[in-house]
Design a binder for this molecule. Sequence first.
Ligand SMILES: *Cc1c(COP(=O)(O)O)cnc(C)c1O
Length: 314
Amino acid sequence: MTGKGIKNILRVTDCQNMLVYNDTPVQELTDPLFHKMGVRLLMKREELNHPFVSGNKWWKLKYNLEEAERQKSKTVLTFGGAYSNHIYATAAAAKELGLKSIGIIRGERTLPLNQTLSFAESCGMYLQYLPRSTYREKRKDNLIEQLRRQHGEFYLIPEGGSNDLAVKGVKEFACTLKSIPFDYLCAPVGTGGTLAGLITAFGNSKQIVGFSALKGGEFLEDEIIAFLGDTGHYASWQLETAYHFGGYGKVTKELLAFLNNFQSGHGFALDPIYTGKMMAGLFDLIQQGYFRVGTVILAIHTGGLQGWSGIKQS
Ligand SMILES: *Cc1c(COP(=O)(O)O)cnc(C)c1O
């Protein structure tokens, strides 16, 4: 692992005097469509914040790893699918901090290991595979106790990394956006932790739109409200659930064409699981005239480029 570690910046907590791993650019995208519809689209290139703990995962892990240190845990344990950005990021972050890491992976071990899991192993993450039926119990005390008997004490980070400390980290990230003039803030949604952090930071002052990467993502609204707690009933956020392109981890020809076009037109890549679907959705909403003339939209590139390794391109 090269570059500065995240250890020395884990303790920074307030927005005024905040250190980030890499200060990432905000890039204005140009497209005849935006001109025609009278809107501006900016993208916060947060995928560039760290080479391996990329995008929202850095922010979601930040306070969790700080808490693991505070508790003097030597090991972190978390859950994810075989192509999980969260598993990838957690393995890299744990390595940087000198923590042991255990990844509980959904489904069977298949060899050769895919790039996500071989990277995780190369960071020293111990991978344990659970049958899908057992994996489903990931939030149940029984399974966690069984894992503690097996592995000893560990700091538990839930699947996808979403918990209150993740929301706190994303809220801090959102502080870095406050000097940017925009009307709408857009981010992809997997578990909803990231969107909850953005909503917490902006309250009613901005319109916030989440794009579900899951099919049938309507249930995520309640998950997001649960993360928000007492402050959950803001009027100014919403969830778009139509742009899943076949479901989580799936791609369509249409989506792949959009992603290729995007990369050649704007000079950087989106990931196929999250930001790609959000941007395809956003372009569609702009086309439909969803945003009034003069609107400035800020979309977050939440990272996840390693996810391309799991996509079979024909
Ligand atoms: C994990 C991930 C998300 C989803 O974040 P949640 O907090 O789970 O909603 C979005 N984009 C990328 C690139 C991710 O890796």
